[in-house]
Ligand binder design. Structure first.
Ligand SMILES: [Zn+2]
Ligand SMILES: [Zn+2]
Length: 49
């Protein structure tokens, strides 16, 4: 199965593209799911939630 299509970050409120092999664009997003925050902390300029 070839999934080369860029996927959006699985975090709600994040509009970044996820990293290859990950559901999230960054570890910040992956961690933030624990904190139930809607604000994205990935730090990407495109994603200033
Ligand atoms: Zn983001
Ligand atoms: Zn993200």
């Amino acid at each position: 199965m070839t999934t080369s299509t860029p996927q959006k970050c699985a975090k709600e409120g994040c509009s970044c593209m996820a990293q290859p092999g990950s559901k999230y664009c960054s570890t910040q997003c992956e961690d933030s799911k624990k904190f139930m925050t809607l604000k994205c902390l990935c730090g990407h300029p495109e994603c200033a939630g």
